[in-house]
Design a protein around this ligand. Structure first.
Ligand code: BG6
Length: 482
């Protein structure tokens, strides 16, 4: 692991507190980080390093699973606070001096700030010499609000950093099960012959959350589920399921295959939006038995907001492998349970000689679960025990936590370590991002122009009834309804 300085822009923000610092702590505790590596947390207001560390004691430490005092103390030794307001060149001079005085092998500048200050930060980094080839810049989502704004950021950042210095993060790509999806598909001969339109009936990808908008009401109300989850996480998962086998594991071999899928996605035309998409917004309800307020009552949300907190989409890929196979995508806040999974439904047998089990889908299903637990489950039918020819469903289960005892890094930790090591494969290339925006934008535009508001759903359910209808029109059911 190379020696590095990580400059954390947004060091006082929510992401740093909830994900980045805990992930760096885990890597530190496990001895993965170079002994001299430092974390330079920045924020726009003045405070001393000691004051900053005191805030971490209250905000980060309580959320850590194992934080023995020595490990926590030695982790804090790596951290210093630097004031860096993008409007103050002097702050950046001081920051650059700090970094350049030590000359670490690698400098990672993590931009966990609002996207409108990405460009001023990059300008300052370049002005102060912090854009040499050993400097890598990590861009956190949302990268802009639409294709134009994201391309404006990409173009401006591209003036100061080469594409191979830019790490656009999508933390779903760092999840262990997403890596495992690649391993299942391309490390085994078993599934690949079946992984195509002849044998696959449909694919479902769900990311359901129990959480509401929490304290991010202002941001979320301007964003909505399509921009927050579909444009990035769901489309990236779709690419991982649908892409052709890459020639190697090299970063561009994989990204070249993903972009082909994004380009092959059939556009959803304005006249098809009503049929192929569902947008919903939660009303009050209950999560795990506790009452929760509706979206419109959340802090920071306009009382007449039409922002969607739920999306379901029927996507289709126009290529030889997938023609005619629907990819149903679904995500929502305040859903019945927290689950992220990919379900591949295989086709029924061409000729049934056994009586069909009543009320059960006889299809074989491969369920790759990303969370809450990481598992792979293959459903199939066997004969019921005893004097009968009736079939009954059963499954082969692989639970990663039980099967592999080795510690698995969380998604952010894995991706942060990849940046430090200079591995770009799990980061989103500019052309992928452009293509993903091109596909979602017409849906956003059609929704914006429509007078029909999002469909209400009760918090703690699986979303609006229209999401079931989207599937049932094709004779399909969401996995949890089977
Ligand atoms: C983020 C979204 O990208 O992903 C959040 O902005 C969402 O709204 C989060 O809650 C979900 O990530 P995870 O890993 O908790 O499923």
């Amino acid at each position: 692991m190379p020696d590095f300085d990580m400059v954390l822009f947004g060091g006082t923000g929510d992401l740093a507190r909830r994900k980045l610092l805990p992930s760096l702590f885990d890597a530190h505790r496990c001895g993965v980080l170079h002994p001299s590596a430092r974390i330079l947390a920045t924020g726009s207001h003045p405070q001393t390093t000691e004051q900053y560390k005191a805030t971490l004691e209250d905000t980060v430490r309580p959320g850590l699973e194992h934080a023995p005092p020595e490990a926590w103390a030695s982790f804090l030794d790596r951290i210093c606070y630097v004031q860096a307001d993008a409007r103050e060149p002097a702050h950046f001079d001081a920051l650059a001096q700090k970094v350049l005085a030590r000359k670490p092998e690698v400098v990672v500048c993590y931009l966990a700030t609002a996207p409108h200050i990405f460009v001023p930060i990059c300008e300052q980094l370049a002005r102060t010499g912090l854009n040499t080839p050993n400097v890598r810049v990590v861009l956190e989502k949302p990268l802009g609000h639409d294709l134009d704004s994201s391309e404006a950021i990409n173009a401006a950042v591209g003036k100061y950093f080469a594409e191979d210095q830019i790490y656009r993060i999508d933390h779903y790509l760092g999840k262990e099960s997403v890596q495992n999806l690649m391993a299942i598909r391309f490390g085994n001969a078993l599934f690949e012959p079946l992984w195509r339109r002849e044998w696959v009936q449909d694919v479902q990808i769900t990311i359901a959350e129990e959480l509401g908008v929490e304290k991010r009401g202002d941001f979320y109300d301007q964003t909505g589920a399509l921009r927050d989850m579909v444009q990035n996480h769901l489309l990236q998962l779709l690419c991982m399921v649908a892409m052709e086998p890459p020639a190697s594991l090299s970063e561009d071999a994989i990204r070249d295959e993903k972009i082909k899928i994004l380009k092959a996605l059939k556009p959803i035309l304005p006249q098809d939006v009503a049929e192929k998409t569902v947008r919903g917004q939660y009303r009050s309800g209950a999560i795990a038995g506790k009452p929760v307020v509706g979206y419109l009552e959340e802090q920071g949300i306009a009382p007449d907001s039409r922002t969607e907190t739920f999306v379901a989409i029927k996507a289709e890929i126009a290529n030889w492998r997938w023609e005619g196979v629907p990819f149903y995508l679904r995500t929502g806040k305040r859903m019945q349970s927290r689950v992220a999974e990919i379900v591949v439904h295989f086709r029924d047998v061409p000729h049934a000689i056994f009586p069909k089990p009543l009320g059960l889908s006889p299809q074989n299903r491969l369920v790759i679960r990303l969370q809450p637990e990481e598992s792979i489950r293959l459903y199939f039918l066997v004969k019921q025990a005893g004097d009968t020819l009736e079939l009954t469903p059963t499954s082969l289960d692989l639970d990663f936590a039980n099967s592999f005892k080795a510690r698995r890094a969380g998604a952010y930790e894995r991706l942060l370590l990849d940046v430090i090591r200079g591995r770009l494969g799990l980061f989103v290339r500019r052309d992928e991002q452009v293509q993903a925006w091109r596909w979602v934008e017409p849906i956003i535009d059609t929704w914006d122009a429509s007078t029909v508001p999002p469909k209400p759903y009760t918090a703690g359910t699986w979303g609006p009834a229209a999401s079931t209808a989207l599937m049932s029109r094709d004779g399909a059911l969401w996995h949890e309804e089977v």
